[in-house]
Design a protein around this ligand. Structure first.
Ligand SMILES: [Zn+2]
Length: 251
């Protein structure tokens, strides 16, 4: 069966001499892997459409639930080479790709996620030099919010009370009372300011194309970067452990 959809290349892996396995975020089928025959042999349009972040119209051949359909056609809609060519943009977007692939399941259609990610690529491509650090941070926060893994910073996650200590192992702010229990839980936390919570809330709620109006102080940026790094490290290592565990069970 032939399927047509739109896809954004998340990752490619070499397969054999000249073939590729391409991981796409698609508009109709979610994150999928597909097989490309010999795109590396020549500098063809077909080959260049498999550069990371390229947005293309693709045709896939294979049974609907086939684990590895074959890419029979791929026409570039937007190459996003500007994002690939800018070192900092590419590092930042690669981090988003990593988060996306680690935290979102494959083969679950999610049109909203596709539209969101495409929108991010357009926003990063059009962004100006000055606002990059803020934008990169906002894209991380928004991606986490879109896939349901955003840290909770508006009050204590257990009782709703006041608090400004973020506990990575719980993914939320906890007030001093709730942080005390249960005994034995990881006690490491990040202390943040009210202003950081305000910026965080705005960065999720404001439309991303006007997010360059957000001008947070350096202290807010560094607080939030530290918090996100700890949050992600915890999330990803937990995820990694569980997938290793599952691999062990299946093996
Ligand atoms: Zn509490």
């Amino acid at each position: 069966m032939l399927t047509r959809t739109e896809g954004i290349v998340l990752r490619t892996q070499k397969y054999g001499e000249a073939d590729l396995i391409v991981t796409y975020l698609t508009s109709d089928r979610g994150i999928i892997k597909a097989f490309a025959k010999s795109p590396r042999k020549t500098k063809s349009r077909f080959g260049s459409s498999m550069e990371p972040l390229t947005h293309s119209k693709i045709s896939l051949w294979g049974k609907e639930q086939a684990s590895l359909p074959k890419i029979t056609q791929s026409d570039i809609i937007n190459s996003f080479h500007q994002v690939r060519d800018d070192f900092h943009d590419f590092i930042s977007v690669s981090k988003l790709v990593e988060m996306l692939m680690a935290l979102s399941p494959e083969n679950i259609p999610n049109k909203r996620l596709f539209t969101f990610f495409l929108n991010i690529l357009h926003t990063v491509k059009a962004s100006e030099q000055g606002s990059k650090d803020v934008l990169h941070l906002i894209t991380q926060i928004r991606l986490l919010a879109t896939i349901g893994y955003a840290p909770r910073l508006k009050g204590c996650g257990r009782c709703g009370g006041k608090g400004l200590n973020f506990y990575p192992a719980s993914g939320t702010i906890l007030c001093s009372k709730c942080a005390g229990t249960p005994v034995g839980e990881g006690k490491s936390f990040v202390r943040i300011h009210d202003n950081t919570v305000r910026f965080y809330t705005h960065s999720i709620e404001w439309p991303i194309h006007i997010s360059n109006r957000l001008k947070p102080q350096q202290v807010i940026l560094s607080e939030l970067s530290t918090l996100l790094d700890k949050h992600l490290t915890y999330l990803l290592s937990k995820k990694l452990q569980s997938s290793e565990f599952l691999a062990g069970v299946r093996g």
